[in-house]
Design a protein around this ligand. Structure first.
Ligand code: NAP
Ligand code: MG
Length: 483
């Protein structure tokens, strides 16, 4: 492993203020429109991964709490579904507006609880979460148009489980379409990042959503597993790892419960020799170092055409040296803290396996705080397609570089994965991009950009990246019975 010498120029610190954040010391479960104590009294701290300090105590839902949540959701469902779509839409518009009003607070809390740079929570997570509520608010009175003019009914009560990488945004992806379609929902946030979902519960209260329409039930994997096995749920939506997705699918098999799975990925970012290389390098950086690489669709397998491989790697390594790693609340930070000690361990173990198998590792030099979980942005070269770092999801700021000679080889190598979530294509030629995109097995394909999200566009996977789509009119389908 070689370590890059530190750059000499420095920025003054630009920390975002946290004075305006009014967190409670502890949060109950949000069930039946109110915050309740958990029946078994279990509370756990949620910590800031950049400091390892606890931020607040959070109630964890047990089986009896989940039964109460399902009962409340069931009780509220028919009246919610009976509202005219435009009335449900008004509630969703209100939630979207309240997210915008509390945007600064939500961004700071997202960054404190999860470790992502404030620049991202402020400019991406929170505005996109509001945009999803705005988008589906607009669909609430047009549901049958979203499914080709057929008649529709809600599924009923839906259970939803989200991961820790985009906590508020994933909650919005799940709740907005479910509510627009007339379902009531029970959402379990991830263990390490429950806070913005709980602030969203406050917003839902403030928007005066009828009691029981939404429940927020924090907890760990056991809470999630119990929710999956709860009686009285008509549809399940899960975003997380392929392993847990498989477990959920097995648990629900034969039960006539609707299921959508948004799972892992090992997405290919393909750079052709005719691409604008400087622009491609920006896209590679955004593709893999955005949110510390904790992105299901991260461009973690970088395929570069052999004729420009050395040039691209040189430019990329140079650009990586200018990434600022550190305090996520600093507005100049590009790469924040790794979400948890467990995730850090997973990244370290996989990168070590990569080195053992023969990959050459380069990590940028960075001064990181003494406490907290950090991993320097890392470039792996001499990677072969069989190496674990080319096959398994690292879910960290690590890019594996592979090369190809021809377009056909690029397609073959990119598709040689059990995943199929996203891909990036960098080329000057529209026809080439179109041909390659048509041959790639990936749910989302970007041309000359990467990690570009929009509520109007469907998102979802092929193969072990899952099934079902979220976003746009396609995102209505899993929440509706269509006849
Ligand atoms: P994970 O372990 O699968 O966790 C996801 C969620 O499921 C969390 O809320 C988790 O709770 C819960 N959970 C854990 N075990 C469960 C079980 N047996 N039954 C039901 N729920 C359970 O995934 P992760 O490591 O947190 O997240 C990273 C993974 O998510 C990556 O593989 C990534 O690719 C994938 N992801 C996919 C998308 C997408 O849209 N396709 C988006 C983001 C992330 P705890 O937090 O308490 O463990
Ligand atoms: Mg946390």
């Amino acid at each position: 492993m070689s370590v890059r010498t530190k750059i000499v120029w420095e920025y003054a610190p630009a920390p975002e203020s946290t004075d305006h954040v009014r967190l409670r010391e502890d949060y109950g479960l949000f069930i039946g429109g109110e915050f309740r104590a958990p029946l078994d009294g279990r509370r756990e701290p949620t910590i800031n991964p950049a400091t390892e300090e606890p931020i607040a105590q959070v109630a964890w839902a047990g089986e009896a709490d989940l039964r109460a949540a399902v009962e409340a959701a069931r009780g509220a469902q028919s009246a919610w579904a009976a509202l005219p779509g435009r009335e449900r839409g008004k509630y969703l518009f209100r939630i979207a507006r309240l997210i915008q009003e509390r945007a600064r607070e939500l961004a700071v809390v997202e960054t404190m609880d999860g470790g992502k740079p404030l620049r991202e929570s402020r400019d991406v997570d929170v505005p996109l979460a509001a945009a999803h509520f705005f988008h589906y608010a607009g669909w609430a009175d047009k549901l049958s148009y979203g499914v080709g003019g057929r008649s529709v009914a809600p599924m009923g009560v839906v259970g939803q489980i989200v991961p820790w990488n985009f906590p508020l945004l994933m909650a919005a992806w799940k709740l907005a379409p479910a509510l627009a379609c007339g379902n009531t929902a029970i959402l379990k946030p991830a263990e390490t990042t429950p806070l913005t979902a709980l602030l969203l519960a406050e917003i839902i209260q403030e928007a005066e959503l009828p009691a029981g329409v939404v429940a927020i039930v924090p907890g760990d994997g056991a809470t999630g597993a119990a929710l999956v096995r709860s009686e009285g749920i008509d549809k399940f939506a899960f975003t997380g790892s392929t392993g847990v997705g498989r477990d959920i699918q097995a648990a629900l098999a034969g039960k006539k419960i609707g299921l959508t799975l948004e799972l892992g990925g090992k997405s290919a970012n393909i750079v052709f020799e005719d691409a604008a290389l400087d622009q491609a390098v920006e896209g590679i950086v955004n593709g893999i170092f955005f949110n510390q690489g904790h992105v299901c669709c991260a461009g973690s397998r970088l395929f570069i055409q052999e004729s420009v491989a050395d040039e691209v790697v040189t430019k990329l390594w140079d650009r990586m040296g200018r990434l600022r790693v550190g305090d996520p609340l600093d507005k100049n930070t590009d790469v924040g803290a790794i979400n948890s000690a467990e995730q850090l361990e997973r990244i370290e173990a996989l990168v070590a396996a990569g080195e053992e198998e023969g990959a050459v590792r380069r990590s940028i030099a960075c001064d990181v705080p003494e406490r907290g979980y950090w991993f320097a942005p890392t470039l792996l070269t001499e990677v072969s397609p069989a190496h674990r770092v080319a096959v398994e999801e690292i879910f960290g700021p690590v890019v594996s570089v592979l090369t190809f000679r021809t377009q056909a080889e690029a397609i073959e190598k990119a598709n040689n994965s059990r995943y199929g979530l996203a891909a990036g294509i960098w080329t000057d030629k529209g026809a080439k991009a179109f041909e390659v995109a048509s041959a790639l097995q990936a749910g989302v394909i970007w041309q000359n950009t990467y990690n570009h999200f929009d509520p109007t566009a469907a998102f979802g996977g092929y193969k072990e990246s899952g099934f079902g789509r979220e976003g746009g009119p396609a995102g209505l389908r899993p929440y509706l019975r269509v006849s």
